[in-house]
Every structure is written in C-alpha cells, then in structure tokens.
Design a protein around this ligand. Structure first.
Ligand code: NAD
Ligand code: GLY
Length: 368
C-alpha cells in the first residue's frame, strides 16, 4: 500500500520544531520515518491492547532504518500511568543495552505517549522520541506539544517534563479499531478547540459530528488537522505554559477533579474533560461571560458526542467541597487559589479565579 499524507502541520519551536503528518497508510510505511536520525536501536513502547494490533507493522517499517528494533509492552490503562510502569520502561531500555542515541517510538494513546515521552526525557538525560498516536484524543492533543509525565495519587499529571518529539505520525486508519467510548472521549478534546479558539471550527464540528462518529476518514482527518493547527498556534507562542497555553485546559480543572476523585481510569480522561467543559461553561455564564444559549449549545454538542454532561458525586456529605479540595491541587492554582479556564462567546478563553460559593453552585447544578 502506498503512504498517503493528507496534510502536514508544523510545530514551530526553533531547533525543537517538528512535523505532524496526518493521513492513511502512514505508520506502517518505512518512508514515514526516513527523516529521522540514524541509531543502533529503535524501541517501540506500546501496551497489551495496541501491541497485537499495530506493533508488527511499525516494527517492520522501522526495520528498514534501524539494525535493532525492540518492543516494550506495558499494561494498559490510566491506572498504570505511574512510577512503577515508567520504571518498567527504564528496566527494558537498560536490559536491552540501549544507548543515548536510541530512539523511542510511542505507539498508542495518550497514556503511552505521555509515559514514553517522559521516559525519553529522562533516560540517560534525554533520548529522542517519536509519537505514533493511535487514539483520536492522542492525535488531536496529547501527542503534540511536548507535555509528558505520569500521575500521582494526589493529582493528575503531577510529575513530568516538557519534552518535544522529533516527529508525530497520525495515521487515521488506526482509529478504525478504537472502541466507540474512546472515540467519544477524543471528540471532547476536538470540541474543546472550538470555544477556546475558533467558532468556525465549532460550527464545522456541529455539522459533521455524525460523520465523525461514523469514522468518515475525511472528516476525521480534517478534525485532526484543524485541532493540531490550533494546538500548534498555541504551543508555538507558549511552549511551557507561561500563560496562553493554559487555555488548552478548558474543562480540565473540573475534569481532573473527577478523574482523581473517582480514581484514575474510572472515567476516561476525555469523558471527564467533556463534563468539565459543561461545568466550565456554566462558570463562565455565572461570571457574565457567556449567555445561557451558548452554554446549552455546547452542552448539547457534548451530549451528542456521547459524553457525560453530569458529573459524579465524589462525596455524599460535601460533594462541592470535595471538588474544591481536589481542584486546589491543580497545577494552575496559585497560592491556593484555583484558576479556571473560562470562555466568552467570541472564541476566546482566559484564566479567572472564582469565589468558592459560585463554584459550589456550579458543581451542585452539574452533578448527579
Ligand atoms: P489511552 O492512552 O488510555 O487509550 C485509550 C484506550 O484505547 C486504551 O485502552 C488503549 O489501549 C486503547 N487503544 C489505543 N489505540 C487504540 C486503537 N487504535 N484501537 C483500539 N484500542 C486502542 O487514552 P487516551 O484517551 O488516548 O489518552 C488519555 C491520556 O492522555 C490521559 O492520561 C491524559 O492525561 C493524557 N493527555 C495528555 C495530554 C498532553 O498534552 N500530553 C493532552 C491530553 C491528554
Ligand atoms: N493538553 C493541554 C496542553 O497540551 O497544554
């Protein structure tokens, strides 16, 4: 089969710039990796679910460029995004005699991408890595921009590094095997880009949602392309989240509280973000930034994407208090004050604090 790159989006970060190739027949085609530096070892890091689906094809493509292609298979799931599993990667790299020119290939969703990127950032003080994302969420968000890391029991993605890949290969064909629930989770991050940066894209998502749910390849490729373009625009201005990049966390402050409060893996990250966006939209309304019509438009789209729009109860006696406690641990908090990403109706997002009483109202309104 011939490789078919439909589009390439660039991340412009000076000497750390790299391309994101989006298309069909990409990940298992040797020429997709022709621009990478030479190395004695290429190591594919993946998990028990993705390995039987796609590892052979990737390893065979890499065999055209590297004398030794190794495989590291990790346990699947957000609950394994931790020190123990990260250490399994280091054990494997050291056990296989991997040197500091070894290139790691993250084959899988955001959990594999985040952990492999962090392993690459720290193994022998830094080895190169490539993202080969196989979930919608990882193609539109996590594989791009260089945030890597693991969870801590007290907070999501609390340990990590900014470390950019050399290349991102988004092969739309891999989305065929993705469970429907995971596709919906990815749509949450696609929808996110509309209210924070591009209302025209929000219109497009509304008009094409069914095509996306039906996995129409052209619709998926455009959603990945436009999402990556917006993320590239943000990351190119603020790689290390001094300010602007925080807008990519719309819905995540509430969402991370859901994930940590329920235990990682109970709700999918995208599900928590989808519901978190509903909460953040209501907060924006209470702060006078959007009207009820916009909140209900966004909520309707999130529901149509197959995502939850009501949050779980995290504490029977004081649910809102539990959300507040968890959100105070968010990385955006400053001196104990929670900083929320809020939206207006013009396709812009920004950071705001909010009185606890208002946050309590929102949590009470939006939880089961
Ligand atoms: P995931 O990595 O857990 O993948 C979801 C599930 O789909 C897993 O069971 C996986 O094995 C399976 N899978 C992957 N590809 C498949 C395929 N093609 N066919 C069948 N099954 C497949 O979850 P995710 O939603 O991809 O990523 C979520 C993670 O990404 C979270 O840990 C989140 O914190 C992180 N994240 C990071 C960033 C960032 O900027 N680094 C941004 C957003 C999210
Ligand atoms: N997903 C948020 C970020 O990359 O900043």
């Amino acid at each position: 089969m011939t490789k078919s790159t439909l589009s390439t989006v660039s991340i412009d970060l000076g000497e750390r710039s790299y391309p994101i190739h989006i298309g069909s027949n990409l990940f298992g085609t040797a020429s997709s990796y022709a621009s990478l530096p030479k190395a004695s070892h290429a190591v594919v890091v993946t998990n028990t679910t993705v390995s039987p689906l796609y590892a052979d094809a990737l390893m065979s493509a890499l065999g055209a460029h590297y004398p030794a292609v190794e495989l590291v298979v990790l346990p699947d799931g957000e609950s394994n995004k931790n020190w123990q599993t990260l250490n399994d990667i280091f054990d494997a790299l050291l056990g296989k005699g991997c040197d500091r020119k070894t290139i790691l290939f993250a084959l899988g969703g955001g959990v594999i991408g985040d952990m492999t990127g962090f392993a690459a950032a720290s193994y022998m003080r830094g080895v190169p890595f490539v993202q080969v994302p196989t979930t919608l969420l990882s193609q539109v968000d996590s594989s791009v921009g260089g945030k890597t890391g693991i969870n801590h029991p007290l907070g999501k993605n609390m340990i990590g590094a900014f470390y950019q890949p050399l290349l991102v290969v988004c092969d739309i064909d891999t989305l065929i095997t993705l469970p429907a629930r995971e596709l919906s989770a990815g749509l949450a991050e696609v929808i996110k880009y509309g209210p924070i940066a591009d209302l025209g894209f929000l219109d497009w998502i509304e008009a094409n949602l069914q095509a996306l749910l039906d996995r129409n390849p052209e619709a998926l490729a455009y959603a990945v392309q436009r999402s990556c373009e917006i993320k590239s625009w943000v990351v190119g201005q603020d790689e290390r989240e001094a300010g602007l990049r925080a807008i990519l966390n719309f819905g995540h402050t509430f969402g991370h509280a859901i994930e940590a409060g329920l235990g990682y893996g109970e709700w999918l990250h995208g599900e928590a973000v989808g519901c978190g966006m509903v909460m953040a939209a209501h907060l924006s309304q209470r702060l006078g930034l959007v009207d009820a019509g916009f909140v209900s438009r966004l909520t309707g789209l999130i529901a149509r994407a197959g995502l939850p729009i009501k949050g779980p109860s995290l504490d029977a006696s004081d649910n809102a208090g539990r959300y507040l406690d968890l959100m105070r641990l968010d990385k955006k908090s400053e001196a104990g004050e929670i900083r929320f990403v809020v939206i207006d109706e013009t396709g812009h997002a920004f950071m705001r604090g909010a009185p606890d009483a208002v946050v309590r109202e929102v949590v009470d309104l939006c939880c089961i």
